[in-house]
Every structure is written in C-alpha cells, then in structure tokens.
Ligand binder design. Structure first.
Ligand code: GDP
Ligand code: IMO
Ligand code: MG
Length: 427
C-alpha cells in the first residue's frame, strides 16, 4: 500500500490532523499538497495538544519524514515560528522537506487578502486573512515568488519589483493604502533564506523514488472537498484543490501511484466563513453541537457554524475524490440526543434532489430532507471495537455508510490518538 490520500470530505475541520497523526507512526512520508497556514489541525498526543497550521501532521511521528509539496503556499515567517514552537516542546523537525517550487506568501499577499475582504463588505468570503487567495492568484498569473527564488537575490529582486509595480497601484489608488517598498520585502525574505535552506529539496523526485521503493507515503489534505476551488461551493471556497486530484499536481505524483483515498467525515457538519450550508442549525441543537464538539476555529478562533450530517455532501465527496474509505470522526459528540436527524436529500423548488446540484442558485435554494435516526445515551468514548458501540450508534454508522457510498473503516470516539475504533486497516 505505497500511497494514500487523506482529505476532508466536508467543509474542513473534520479531524484530518488526528487521522493523519494516527497513521503517522506507520508511514514513511506525510505530505501536504495544497493550502497553507489557513489550515488548523489539532493533534492530541497523551496530555499534549498541538495546533499545526502549515506543517504536515506527520511531523509529530518520529519515524516519519514530513514534506511540504510544490502545491502548498508557504509563509516563511509562519514556517520558522511553527518549527521553533515545536522544537521548544522537544519535537525533532530536522527531517522536514520543502519543495523549491512551492510559492511564498509575502506580507503584501496578507495585506491584499485583508483589504480585499474589507472592500467586499457584506459580500466577503470570510477568509482566514493569511494571504492564501492573493498568493495562488499570483501563481496562476505567473508573478509569484517561489522558495527557490530566495537563493538568487537578483531574480528575487526582479520578481518582487514586478509583482509590486502593479500591486502598489491597486493598494494606493483603490484601497487608499501606502505603497510597499520592494527592497523591504526582499530584505525580509532574504532574512529567512538561510534558516529554510536545509529543508529545501526536489520533493517530487524524493517522493516518486520512495513510492517506487515500496515506502508508504501519505498525502494530507488541508481544508475540505466543499472548499475546493473547482468542486466546492464557489466562490465561497479556498483557492486550491484539496480534492484527491490536488495530491497529484501538488506533490508531482501521478494518479497511477495512488491506491487509496480516505475521506475524513464528521458525524455532523460544520463550516467556517461565508457560503451556503443546507443543514445549518440556528437553534439550541446547533449551540449544543458547537459546545460539546468544541467547534471553534483553530486558526482564527471563529465559532464554527454547525448542522446535522448531510449525506448528499458525503456522496458527492465519494464521487469527486474517488474515495475508497471514510474515517468517521466525532461520533461521541452525538451522544445524548434522543433522535438524530440526517439529511438524505434536498428539496429544491419543490423537487426532491438526491445529488449535489452543480448550479450555485439551486444549491442556495436547497432545503434538507431529513430522516430521523434513533440516538443513544451511553458514553462511547471508551469503545475499542464496533461491537462495543450501543446498537443505535452502530445503526447510525451503518446508515451513514450506506448513504455515503464508501465503507467507514474507522470511527473517532474522542480527540486522542487511541480514541479510535479501527474496522478495516488503512495500510
Ligand atoms: P482538521 O482541520 O480536519 O485537522 O480538524 P480540526 O483539528 O480543525 O478540528 C477537529 C477537532 O476535533 C479537533 O479539536 C480534534 O482534536 C477533535 N477531534 C478529532 N477527532 C475527534 C473525535 O473523534 N471525537 C472528538 N470528540 N473530537 C475529535
Ligand atoms: P482545515 O485544514 C475550515 C475557509 C475560510 C473561508 C474560506 C477561504 O483546518 O480544515 P482562505 O483563507 O483559505 O482563502 O479562506 O475557506 N477555510 C477553512 N475552513 N477549515 C480550514 O482548514 C479552512 N481553511 C480555509 O474560513 O471560508
Ligand atoms: Mg481545522
């Protein structure tokens, strides 16, 4: 089983960090392939809690080589502070590899993200303000700065000047902000260069060789399927491809090399930022999910919007990612409800619809059609096998599996590494 992708099947925060960390002990490489420090992955190891943003969650497993692939956008200041934060806690980060082709988030990207959102007013996306969109825009527009540019001062200077020529006009004339001096950006970036240099590598070569040698490589997605710029709820999405295809472009590995795609699926649904969310709750059930589930953003501290499980979305995630398995997380949070509604289809303008509509207008009009499943009240956090779960919890899992189109191979019953029921091995 040389290469697996692990990704979010909903709108992010499904528990990817925990799932990656769980597998980290048995894999040789964990690779981030898209996104940047907009991600917030919580990993709980014993009594220690880690919040990772840019670094792959595999960094906490000693035998595992963490890799930042070419598809990631890297804020060098965040990279260095995340590394030193882990070093202070005794985590060895020396094995990290960073693609020389990854694009850099600079201070002007972060500024443009923030002022751009302010300019949009009530039409804003609710981004994390980390400069993600403007950095990917520059990449596609061919005016981006890459990690490798840190090692050629003349090229770096030319590229920063070219990028700022245009951006300074926008900053000054549209946003009424002071122009950014290119030399200051160059100086700041060069200040990071030597510290980052030991990690910079030809990561596609290393990863392809590793797969050919039978090593186990895990590609860890940030965000989630519905935040994908192509397949998500555009324009309320992030600016990259968290879906499984993104692992190929974002790490330089061909699709024929990937044999398993695991969707991380929360037993209910959450979303941060703006955009449609058919099963969103505005009542005390929503508040209860938020409180019991600890649904507060790891990156921005915003309360997450909460709602019931949406099987239409899960089926869609199976389809666009070619999922082979699901890892169902946070089942324990649902303990205590007498009945649990599950969205099995939508009603759109009076018609029942089983699949996610491709039209944004239709999706905005989608109303959930609920089926009620019986709940359970027993504490399930100590369950080690599927048989340990109360009958109604078992039935809830089985119903979700049937509706979602792929087997549920693991179940999370708590945030810790060991609070997991393994049904089928991922490796
Ligand atoms: P990610 O962005 O997908 O890695 O997810 P986050 O870390 O942002 O949010 C998931 C939260 O749920 C974190 O606080 C995890 O520690 C926690 N978590 C993960 N799996 C479980 C689970 O099975 N049960 C409970 N109660 N918490 C979990
Ligand atoms: P993890 O990896 C949840 C959301 C933002 C916003 C939209 C665009 O922890 O699951 P961006 O800053 O990416 O341009 O913001 O995407 N978003 C996330 N929501 N979890 C995340 O990451 C997210 N990363 C971005 O809230 O709606
Ligand atoms: Mg998160």
């Amino acid at each position: 089983m040389p290469a697996l992708v692990l990704l979010g099947a909903q709108w992010g925060d499904e528990g990817k960090g925990k799932a990656t960390d769980l597998l980290g002990g048995s894999v040789d490489y964990v690779v981030r392939y898209q996104g940047g420090n907009n991600a917030g992955h919580t990993v709980v190891v014993g009594d220690q809690k880690y919040a990772l943003h840019l670094l792959p969650s595999g960094i906490l497993s000693p035998g595992c080589t963490p890799v930042i692939g070419n598809g990631v956008v890297v804020d060098p200041a965040v990279l260095l502070s995340e590394l030193s934060g882990l070093n202070e806690r005794g985590v060895d980060t020396s094995k990290l590899l960073v693609s020389g082709n990854a694009h850099l988030i600079t201070p002007y990207h972060t500024t443009l993200d923030k002022v751009g959102e302010r300019f949009l007013g009530k039409r804003k996306i609710g981004t994390t303000g980390r400069g993600i969109g403007p950095t990917y825009a520059d990449k596609i527009n061919r005016v981006g700065i890459r990690v490798q540019d840190l090692y050629d001062e003349s090229i770096l200077t030319q590229k920063v000047e070219a990028a700022l020529d245009f951006k300074n006009q926008i900053l000054a004339k549209l946003y009424n902000r002071r122009a950014i001096v290119p030399a200051q950006i160059v100086e700041e970036l060069l200040g990071y260069a030597e510290q980052i240099k030991p990690f910079v590598a030809d990561t596609t070569l290393i990863l392809n060789n590793a797969i050919d040698e039978g090593k186990v490589v895990l590609f860890e997605g940030g965000q989630g399927t519905l935040l994908d710029v192509d397949h998500g709820t555009y324009p309320f999405v992030t600016s990259s491809n968290p879906t499984s295809g993104g692992a190929c472009t974002g790490a330089g590995v061909g699709p024929t090399k990937i044999n398993r795609v695991i969707g991380i699926l929360k037993a209910y649904t959450t979303r941060v930022g703006a955009g449609p969310f058919p099963t969103e709750l505005f009542d005390e059930d929503g508040e209860k999910l938020r409180t019991i589930g600890g649904e507060r953003g790891v990156t921005t501290g915003r309360d997450r919007r909460c709602g019931w499980f949406d099987a239409v979305i899960a089926r869609y995630a199976t389809r666009v990612n070619g999922l082979t398995d699901f890892f169902l997380t946070k089942l324990d949070v649902l303990t205590g409800w007498e009945q649990i509604p599950v969205c099995v289809a939508y009603e759109i303008d009076g018609k029942r619809v089983e699949e996610l509509p491709y039209s944004q207008t239709d999706f905005h009009h989608a109303k959930p059609v609920y089926e009620m499943l019986p709940g359970w009240s027993e504490d399930i956090s100590k369950a080690k096998t599927f048989a340990d779960l109360p009958k109604n919890a078992q039935a809830y899992v089985k119903a979700l599996e049937e509706m979602s189109g792929a087997p549920i191979s693991a179940i999370g019953v708590g945030p810790g590494r060991d609070e997991t029921i393994e049904i089928n091995s991922f490796l």
